[in-house]
Design a protein around this ligand. Structure first.
Ligand code: KG4
Ligand code: ZN
Length: 342
């Protein structure tokens, strides 16, 4: 029999995403972003993001239906990211999803955005193995997940205690005088520098801190070290290389992420690693993950970047998995949860 057609809606931050998935097949994926409107403020403005979702939701829905050559009457279920994220942004997407579910008389499924970042890989690389690790890294999250079933059994082994990886890059970008969001600029600069030039700290990687937080991350101390380093050079007038700072900082972030992730793979007997989230565009992370996964015999799955940044396909993919697992649908008064845990 034909699997149900699931419509996925994403609106947790600044991307409005609408996608259609049948089984593990992606039929349409439309994304609108309000990032350009936030850039001049140097960060996401929640009010601006909410309004942009309101404006983009219906046109994105129409574009997705047209692209899949289906109508609303063909939709069998609605999945929506109900957290974590900005409360105003979440409210727009879930309100739209509820209206559609009510109007069409189809079930509504509220799903977790972070899990969605891992789920989308199934649309690209096929069914998941029995167990795997997922590293979800972006401007908003840095989480390490142990997945035995993407719909029913996802455990968060660790997460960042302060800044997300992308957020740390954006802050270091600001310190280096680069435009917002700084992540891609720092990455580009890093490729011209020496990653071993400055021994920046690896957070939560030694002694008692490591024992207490084996799979958690911390990047704010690292960011402070970069700030101190730059202050000291500027005060003394001693010459230094901005590229070396970027490269050494990037190395510290990638090293901690990959080291802890592969240790978790070993501990949990997982031979597959899925990496998702917008930060998976980082070139040093990709390089180091590829190198160390190959050494460890771990299969590395990273979807193309358009499925790593926030999008509707990840929500439709997770919705499809949830329907497949036969989980109960969400009530129509489903609440959003900006701090949603797993
Ligand atoms: O997933 P995403 O598009 O948005 C959310 O945060 O949800 O992730 C964007 C984050 C930003 O912090 C951006 O600066 C960072 O990922 N980023 C990068 C790179 N590309 C994007 N950071 C470092 N290197 C990159 N190549
Ligand atoms: Zn995200």
């Amino acid at each position: 029999s034909v699997p149900p057609l699931v419509l996925g809606i994403e609106s947790t931050c600044d991307e409005t995403g609408v996608a259609l998935v049948r089984g593990r097949e992606l039929l349409a994926d439309v994304t609108a972003s309000s990032m350009d409107e936030h850039a001049r403020y140097g960060g996401i403005v929640p009010e601006v993001a909410s309004r942009a979702h309101l404006e983009a939701l219906l046109p994105s829905l129409e574009a997705a239906l047209a692209s899949a050559e289906v109508t609303l009457a063909d939709v069998d279920a609605i999945a929506v990211a109900s957290g974590p994220g900005l409360v105003g942004s979440l409210t727009v997407g879930t309100a739209g999803a509820k209206a559609l579910a009510l109007g069409l008389g189809v079930p509504l499924y509220g799903v977790n955005h972070v899990v969605g970042h891992a789920a989308v890989d199934e649309l690209v690389h096929g069914p998941f193995p029995e167990r795997f690790l997922a590293l979800v890294v972006s401007g908003g999250h840095s989480s390490l997940l142990l997945v035995r079933d993407i719909a029913t059994d996802v455990v968060e082994l660790g997460q960042t205690l302060d800044d997300a990886a992308g957020e740390a890059f954006d802050k270091v970008g600001r310190l280096l005088g680069l435009p917002y969001p700084g992540g891609p600029h720092v990455d580009r600069l890093a490729r011209e520098g020496d990653p071993t030039a400055i021994p920046f700290p690896r957070g939560l990687s030694k002694g008692r801190e490591l024992l207490r937080h084996p799979y958690d991350f911390s990047f704010s101390g690292l960011k402070t070290s970069v700030a101190r380093y730059l202050e000291a050079r500027e005060a003394s007038g001693e010459p230094f290389s901005r590229a070396d700072v970027a490269a050494s900082f990037s190395e510290a972030v990638a090293d901690v992420l990959v080291t802890k992730t592969l240790r978790a793979c070993e501990e949990h007997g997982a031979d597959t690693l899925v990496v998702g989230g917008g930060f998976s565009a980082n070139s040093r992370l990709r390089e180091l993950a590829a190198e160390r996964c190959a050494q460890a015999g771990v299969e590395l799955r990273i979807p193309p970047i358009r499925y790593c940044t926030d999008n509707g396909a990840m929500i439709a993919a997770l919705g499809s998995a949830v329907v497949r697992a036969g989980l109960p649908s969400s009530p129509l008064d489903l609440a959003v949860d900006s701090q949603m845990s797993l």
